[in-house]
Design a protein around this ligand. Structure first.
Ligand SMILES: [Zn+2]
Length: 213
């Protein structure tokens, strides 16, 4: 099974991907998307209609002692309020049986969590994100290996052409949280960077828009 763990749809303020188009592309590539929109699970009902396999999630923004940071929940059933405390978000994620996932850890340019004590609380560390400068991914990978954390990867697609450029290949017969965590121990990551200009435009647009969202 191949999974792209970090994918946005037009339910994010900064993405243009229609859920129905994503479903079509996912089917043709044979890659399962994790739907991780910013502060929204609005795409989930549309994805369900498409009848493809996917992981319902959300990219949350949480408050930490050093500022706001992004945090992903996988296998979620309910949205979590924006800007709540990191530990409060963790409790809410755990109570709905979600997997906790650190997107673009250490990426100070894109609200990545960089407090190691907080990162230690999470189950999965993203060690390849198509939008990151490689130094941040390297830092995340070194941390994950040192702490014995599970590692995963995602395209962080905001445009359809980006989806599926990065994915993890897993020995998995069913899309289920416990089995997924076990399979991640031997996951094989394929990663490709988004074009530099694309990353620049996204970073600039996000930093302009984010304070108002
Ligand atoms: Zn994202």
């Amino acid at each position: 099974m191949k999974i792209d763990f970090h994918v946005h749809t037009n339910h994010s303020f900064d993405s243009t991907i229609a859920p129905a188009d994503l479903a079509k592309k996912a089917k043709s590539l044979g890659i399962i998307p994790s739907i991780t929109d910013h502060y929204s699970m609005g795409a989930i009902p549309e994805m369900e209609k498409s009848k493809i396999d996917f992981i319902p999630g959300e990219e949350l923004r949480v408050s930490t002692p050093t500022g706001k940071a992004d945090l992903i929940g996988l296998f979620m059933n309910e949205e979590i309020p924006k800007d709540i405390d990191f530990y409060e978000a963790l409790d809410l994620l755990k109570s709905q049986g979600a997997i906790t996932y650190a997107p673009h850890a250490f990426d100070s340019l894109r609200s990545g969590l960089n407090d190691e004590e907080l990162l230690k609380e999470l189950q999965v560390i993203e060690v390849f994100n198509s939008h990151c400068f490689s130094r941040f991914d390297t830092q995340a990978e070194e941390f994950a290996k040192r702490e014995g954390k599970l590692m995963a990867a995602g395209s962080d697609a905001h445009f359809l052409f980006e989806f599926g450029t990065t994915y993890v290949e897993l020995e998995l017969d069913e899309l289920e949280p416990k089995k997924l965590l076990k399979a991640l121990k031997t996951g094989k990551i394929t990663g490709k960077r988004s074009p530099r200009i694309r990353r620049f435009v996204h970073r600039a647009a996000s930093s302009l828009l984010k304070p108002f969202i």
